[in-house]
Design a protein around this ligand. Structure first.
Ligand SMILES: Cc1cc2nc3c(=O)[nH]c(=O)nc-3n(C[C@H](O)[C@H](O)[C@H](O)COP(=O)(O)OP(=O)(O)OC[C@H]3O[C@@H](n4cnc5c(N)ncnc54)[C@H](O)[C@@H]3O)c2cc1C
Ligand SMILES: *[C@@H]1O[C@H](CO)[C@@H](O)[C@H](O)[C@H]1NC(C)=O
Ligand SMILES: *[C@@H]1O[C@H](CO)[C@@H](O)[C@H](O)[C@H]1NC(C)=O
Ligand SMILES: *[C@@H]1O[C@H](CO)[C@@H](O)[C@H](O)[C@H]1NC(C)=O
Length: 596
């Protein structure tokens, strides 16, 4: 049972001065909100974050640090449920800890997605959420530096109309984007396979190939995380502070009983200090939960918001019945293939995005029909795997059908392929320089979950990604894998490589069978580190947790602003969209502040 929290004398002494806003988590999204809210000197903002100030950590700011930063104190490095990795140990999900959150350790790729993928959010019960509405926020968040002539020649093209030049998040091209013979070789090979050079991957259409911007400061040639963007420049403001701590739960103004019609009101948060003391911080206006897709559900469950059956088993009193909390976890799976490089491996990375028609060719109509017929059985499988009465099969099917329409009617891209040399990819084995591709199915149908393991296990989420629960997800990865092999076997890039080394010929021979393709992809998969959807912005009867203003249903003053609210995957990398969503959320909150 959860101990009842009494405000004893000691606890009362620990009460800090009340603040107007508390942001839970100084991560990618949370610091955007904290920055925007504290622009108004008359409001006070506290951010609570377990990690610390990492501005002087070279693994955080150097371009190639992110290969080594995983597993250090800046990475929560969560164990995953489900099949172990190739080393027999649980697969790990990296997630950043510290001022900047996961932006401290990510791969820096800045790509938004396809218009139709964001327009679909509107169809999930979110009026006003679509590409048109997001575009001004993408631009507001961005400070784009155009590529040099040599980088344009290397493939880094852009369309000025789609970029912002006054935001906080620096985007541009690091020194690793170089004009070498790799670029024409890649370009001519993709063109030979029928793909076009995409002028700008951030224009709302990602089909084709290009060299995307990264979240970097090209002048200093360093990574640009959310703290560099949103916090260090304003840290001298007197109305904002970061408190080191881990939030256990939100506290409520109302006593037990039926929640009021306008929703229940948060009046503070309870957090653990690094030395294990429990403290309470009183909040006058709003609580913003930004602990990330893997941790926000834990904070909500700890606060009594979630699936009644799960809360009961944890001994936590129900405050708001929202069975979608922690469900709808969607990540992608990443696979690598690599070949021995005949020439100096280049450091430029090319992204290519392909549709189902590109992947399945003449088989497309058959694939479209068989997947459409499977939607209801997939929905049932997702419901069964999740258990605890969390999901409704009809609601899940509505979501899968929308996704099927995106893939097969709206022709959005289904796979991403990043091609590069070994120098910047962690590809290959040992010292052999390699060329290769990392690739993934962008729109998996499988759904996983994340929940509290026990009422006190706030640092140890039970994450079950359920990769490839839906077999089509694996087939789409395999189709992308076949395209990757075809690419590296096509001229002129074929001239740059000899024998394949990842995987070895024993695993995937030239004439590999369908079973060999599938078992390779099943065994070699790594998480793609894009988990989202665990407190989705969606109609409540579809399993949604927050409304279109990102407020938790049945609460008056608690919002979620992080990857948890993104209800679906899309053909992008998450930070570009998170920065835009957090800017928009800040407007919602400030609008409300003005009305009051
Ligand atoms: C290895 C890797 C590579 C990636 N590559 C890319 C890429 O190239 N491009 C891209 O766009 N995206 C990439 N991503 C994904 C992207 O970085 C994340 O989706 C994004 O940063 C998540 O932002 P967020 O605001 O949702 O959460 P986070 O940035 O994770 O912030 C959550 C914060 O909350 C804190 N917290 C957790 N629990 C609590 C609690 N109980 N109380 C208080 N605070 C708490 C955490 O310490 C953290 O600081 C990558 C991710 C990883 C791991
Ligand atoms: C890019 O490289 C090619 C081949 O070396 C060269 O001809 C061209 O001038 C370079 N372009 C720029 C802008 O540096
Ligand atoms: C590109 O192809 C040309 C012709 O085969 C070759 O000379 C050059 O080294 C290749 N470049 C790379 C980076 O593979
Ligand atoms: C999608 O592609 C199919 C053929 O692959 C085509 O018939 C259809 O018109 C396309 N739809 C859109 C919206 O582009």
């Amino acid at each position: 049972m959860r101990p009842i929290t009494l405000v004893t004398c000691a606890a009362a002494a620990a009460l800090a001065k009340p603040v107007d806003f508390v942001v839970i988590g100084a991560g990618t999204s949370g610091l955007v909100v904290a920055n925007r809210l504290s622009e108004d000197p008359s409001v006070t903002v506290a951010v609570i974050e377990p990690g610390g100030d990492e501005r002087d950590n070279p693994l955080v700011y150097t371009l190639d640090g992110w290969y080594q930063v995983q597993g250090t104190h800046v990475d929560w490095s969560y164990d995953l449920k489900g099949p172990p990795g190739p080393d027999g140990k649980p697969r790990k999900l990296a997630a950043g800890k510290g001022w900047g959150g996961t932006s401290l350790i990510n791969g820096m790729t800045y790509i938004r997605g396809n218009t139709a993928e964001f327009d679909a959010w509107e169809d999930l019960g979110n009026p006003g959420w679509n590409w048109e509405a997001l575009l001004p926020y993408y631009k507001r968040s961005e400070l784009f530096t155009v590529p040099t002539e040599a980088q344009i020649a290397a493939g880094a093209t852009y369309d000025e109309d789609y970029h912002g030049f006054e935001g906080h998040v620096r985007t541009g091209y690091p020194s690793t984007v170089k004009n070498t013979s790799f670029s024409p070789n890649v370009t001519q090979t993709w063109e030979g396979l029928g793909f076009e050079h995409n002028l700008d991957l951030n224009s709302g259409s990602v089909h084709g190939f290009s060299v995307s911007p990264s979240t970097v400061d090209p002048e200093q040639d360093i990574r640009w995380d959310s703290a560099r963007a949103n916090y260090y420049p304003i840290e001298q403001r007197r109305n904002i502070k970061i408190i080191q701590g881990t939030v256990k739960r939100i506290t409520w103004a109302e006593k037990r009983g039926r929640p009021p019609k306008k929703g229940i009101t948060a009046n503070g948060v309870e957090y653990l200090t690094p030395d294990g003391k429990t403290k309470t911080l009183a909040v006058k206006k709003e609580v913003v939960v930004s602990a990330g897709a893997l941790r926000t559900p834990l904070v909500l469950e700890g606060s009594g918001i979630g699936n009644p059956r799960i809360l009961k088993s944890l001994g936590i009193d129900l405050v708001v019945d929202l069975p979608g909390v922690g469900e709808n976890l969607i990540d992608q799976t990443n696979t690598v293939q690599a070949w021995i490089a005949n020439f100096e491996a280049s450091s430029t990375q090319f992204q290519a995005f392909v549709t189902a028609a590109d992947l399945f060719g003449d088989d497309l109509p058959a694939v479209e029909a068989s997947t459409r017929e499977s939607l209801s059985s997939w929905s049932q499988a997702i419901v069964d795997a999740s258990g605890e009465g969390a999901l409704d099969p009809a609601a899940v099917e509505t979501q899968l059908r929308l996704q099927h329409d995106l893939i097969f009617k709206k022709n959005v891209t289904l796979a991403e392929v990043i091609s590069m040399g070994a120098a910047n990819a962690g590809l290959g084995n040992g010292d052999t320089p390699v060329f290769g591709s990392a690739y993934w199915n962008l729109l998996p149908f499988s759904r996983g979950s994340v929940h509290l393991r026990s009422a006190d296990a706030i640092d140890d989420p039970a994450i079950d990604p359920r990769y490839n629960l839906v077999d089509f997800d694996l087939q789409a990865s395999v189709a992308a894998g076949k395209l990757v092999r075809k690419f590296w076997a096509s001229q002129p890039i074929a001239g740059s490589v000899s024998g394949q080394v990842v995987p070895g010929p024993d695993v995937l021979p030239e004439d590999a069978t369908e079973e060999e393709w599938e078992s390779f992809h099943r065994a070699a998969l790594s998480p793609n580190f894009h988990p989202l959807g665990t407190a989705s912005m969606m109609a409540r009867d579809l399993g949604g947790v927050v409304d279109p203003e990102l407020r938790i249903y049945s609460t008056a003053n608690v919002r979620v602003v992080d990857a948890s609210v993104l209800p679906t995957q899309f053909s992008g990398h998450l930070t570009a969209t998170l920065y835009a969503v957090a800017e928009r959320a800040s407007d919602f909150i400030r609008g409300k502040a003005k009305r009051n």
